[in-house]
Design a protein around this ligand. Structure first.
Ligand code: SF4
Length: 230
């Protein structure tokens, strides 16, 4: 399994599938435990990441480390990646065709690691996995859905650490949301058997996300609300 990730990383380092490849210093593949239970997914590399080749190494990265440590984990025990692997110039948002070109790398990473929980860091990451939802409404909520290429997967939504950097109230919210992660993992473990049989978990703490994963128009807030976990 680590070999597969290494092979994929080499591919990413040489990738020129979109225009971001020309502008980068180096691609930022992602890092962490190749067998991690939790994968954190941000939007894309910033300047520091582009310089070092590592994800979340700037001020936002330090805050992410703090949050991870608050739940008795370390960066080495989880996996951290981004939706796009190369820095968009001037830290602009990645364009749809850049996300589309890069998506197979993230998909293969997730298929290889097979995390129990995917934590979506911020609104851009949220948009790629749960399109049409607002971060302010989804943060602190976990939900399970069938996702193309990944199967039945549990997602948890939090603010991006960068958003919480300069606003104490958001930092507290972020910390409180992070503290839900061990409980969500425990629920996933408890409900695993039922989930594998495609059955709702009985205690209601975990529920299905029923919308079709590839149908953005059908993802109503109402349905999300009905199926939220926490
Ligand atoms: S962003 Fe992704 S698709 Fe674009 S060049 Fe970088 S690795 Fe390739």
């Amino acid at each position: 399994m680590p070999d597969l990730l290494k092979k994929l990383e080499r591919e990413v380092q040489n990738c020129q599938k979109c225009s971001l490849g020309k502008a980068r210093t180096q691609a930022v593949f992602g890092e962490g435990d190749p067998k991690a239970e939790i994968v954190f997914i941000g939007e894309g590399p910033g300047q520091k990441e582009d310089e070092t080749g590592k994800p979340f190494v700037g001020a936002a990265g330090k805050l992410l480390d703090e949050m991870i440590q608050a739940i008795d984990l370390t960066r080495e025990k989880v996996y951290i990646a981004n939706v796009v692997k190369c820095r968009p110039p001037g830290n602009r948002d990645p364009l749809p065709d850049e996300i589309k070109a890069c998506w197979p790398y993230l998909e293969k990473q997730l298929q290889t690691i097979k995390p129990k929980l995917i934590v979506l860091l911020g609104r851009h990451s949220l948009e790629e996995f749960l399109p049409g939802q607002k971060i302010s409404q989804m943060r602190g909520k976990a939900l399970r859905k069938n996702f193309p290429g990944l199967g039945r997967q549990v997602f948890f939504v939090v603010y991006h650490p960068a958003a919480a950097l300069y606003q104490q109230s958001l930092k507290e919210t972020l910390l409180n949301d992070f503290k839900k992660i061990p409980k969500i993992l425990a629920e996933i473990e408890k409900g695993k058997e039922n989930w594998d049989n495609g059955t709702e978990v009985a205690n209601g703490a975990v529920a299905n996300f029923k919308n079709k994963p590839d149908d953005k128009l059908n993802r109503s807030k109402k349905t999300i609300k009905q199926n939220k976990l926490f």
